[in-house]
Design a protein around this ligand. Sequence first.
Ligand code: BJW
Ligand code: ZN
Length: 249
Amino acid sequence: MDVPEEIVALARRARRVTVLTGAGMSAESGVATFRDAQTGLWARFDPAQLATADAFRRDPALVFGWYAWRYAQARSVAPNAGHRALADWARIAEVRIVTQNVDDLHERAGSTVLAHLHGSLAAFRCFACDRPYAGPVPDAAGADGRVEPPRCAACGGPVRPGVVWFGEALPARAFADGVQACRDADLVLVVGTSGLVYPAAGLPEVAAAEGVPTVELNPEPTPLSRKVDHTWRTTAAVGLPALVAALAR
Ligand code: BJW
Ligand code: ZN
């Protein structure tokens, strides 16, 4: 696979690389992206209608069932060659990963993630009192996929996934770290995000405003494509290993 010359040159020069990742990063591991059709039981639901606190209030078992299914799926899949390439790159440069993904595939590939902007599927907590929940997560969905959320040991409230739903604030520390990592990088790579969801989608512009070169890796055009310096129409598991291999040549 030929890596565009100007992208290799930028990557070679960069001591500090910030990689902003979205759902496309995990697609080749077998995790459906957020805006792609969901599979099986969940095909008839719109993810944007499930990923809200209102949806959880209205129908906790429906929303919890969706997350219990995704939690089980995330544990059953493995990091792909793109995740592994980022972990390899960190041996020769400072690579800071700022992800919108709620899975732990970067970590399982051996990377340290600087910021999980949208939280984590595995960090369950109480919807009422916010205390972390460390008990078992039922995955025995009924035929309709619904799962009653477990109850908080402290207050009896329903347990929710530790992700950031629409209308909720991003974890302040993670977002601040993400902004800083875009400002003081030598290169920002934007991998596998549709660039539709703010404030994460504003981070490439934070980098550009500081004069930091930006590169998008995505098989499809996005609203970010015209805001970055270079776009490369490739996938995460193809492009990233090729790029990291090209650095060694
Ligand atoms: C490949 C590939 C391969 C395929 N290789 N690539 C400004 C304007 C309008 C609205 C807003 C605004 N600012 C804020 C808002 C509201 C809202 C928002 O952005 N709405 C827009 C949809 C318009 N934002 C929020 O509500 C945020 N909160 C907020 O603003 O709070 C304000 C506040 C402050 C103080 C107090 C209180 C409130 C929160 C946003 C949280 C988003 N959460 C979700 C769900 C997480 C849990 C879960 O997973 O269920 O995060 S939404 C969903 O979208 C998920 C993702 O992280 C996020 C981004 O999606 P992503 O990663 O880009 O995936 P896709 O599927 O969209 O795209 C995949 C891409 O991969 C595509 O481009 C493919 O081509 C590509 N691809 N295969 C590489 N193999
Ligand atoms: Zn509680």
